[in-house]
Design a binder for this molecule. Structure first.
Ligand code: SF4
Length: 244
């Protein structure tokens, strides 16, 4: 985090007021790498259908086989924190999602989440699940992806994140590409008692990779307390359109 990495600029002999003003100055220079900020309807989770401002941060060290956000892996623009906040304010939407890429891969995202919570926004964090969610402002709501085998990244699930879930606010998501993924999801749900531990268990089909009726049948036959979800935004605007 920029603030931490620059603390050496603060001399122990500085008068308190001077030190405070330098801290404020450093805070104001926190920079985030951003792919896009836009307003749309929330396409997933129990919040689907609600108007929402999205802050999509750049970069992700994972490479899920079915990733639909590859355009976030590189590029992006460096935005000062205040610029990000101003854009969010301009959209005037009480619900904000911080997403990516992997938003928590940027340490500055933790500051952004706190600032958004301080301003009274209802904040959702969509995370790929391999970065610890410890330290995320507790006022934010976590949507934790648990990667299944067909993603190619199941080995990188950071399981302690499951222990941090709060049943009043946090949701888990499994993207299912084949039957092996569904079997994996069922085992994880049982092992970690996710029906009790999470507010919702979201079962999301990998786009164009699995028959929706087949997945619906598996879900209904299982008797599990899960929720099948489709990515609403892709049905409205198409699967390849960004920033809507
Ligand atoms: S974690 Fe998310 S952004 Fe990263 S590769 Fe997987 S699906 Fe894509």
């Amino acid at each position: 985090m920029l603030l931490t990495s620059n603390t050496s600029l603060l001399s122990a002999s500085d008068p308190t007021s001077n030190r405070q003003s330098k801290i404020e100055n450093l805070k104001s220079h926190v920079v985030l790498r951003v792919t896009e900020i836009f307003r749309s309807v929330q396409g997933e989770s129990t919040h689907a259908g609600r108007p929402c401002t999205f802050v999509r941060l750049t970069g992700c060290p994972m490479r899920c086989t079915w990733c639909d956000s590859e355009y976030t892996f590189t590029g992006g623009e460096h935005f000062p924190m205040e610029e990000v906040l101003n854009r969010v304010r301009d959209f005037g939407c009480p619900l904000v999602e911080v997403t990516g890429g992997e938003p928590l891969a940027q340490r500055e995202a933790f500051d952004l989440i706190k600032r958004l919570c301080d301003e009274g926004y209802e904040v959702l964090i969509e995370t790929g699940g391999f970065v610890s969610t410890e330290g995320v402002d507790p006022r934010a709501k976590i949507i934790l992806d648990i990667k299944c085998p067909a993603s190619g990244e199941a080995e990188r699930n950071h399981w302690p994140n499951v222990e941090l879930l709060r049943s009043e606010t946090d949701e888990v998501k499994f993207v299912i590409a084949d039957e092996g993924d569904w079997e994996f999801a069922k085992k994880v749900i049982a092992k970690y008692d996710l029906e009790e531990r999470a507010k919702a268990i979201l079962i999301s089909p990998a786009w164009a990779q699995i028959d929706l009726r087949q997945l619906a049948n598996w879900i209904t036959e299982s008797g599990l307390k899960v929720r099948m979800q489709l990515q609403l935004h892709k049905y409205i605007w198409g699967p390849d359109v960004h920033g809507v």
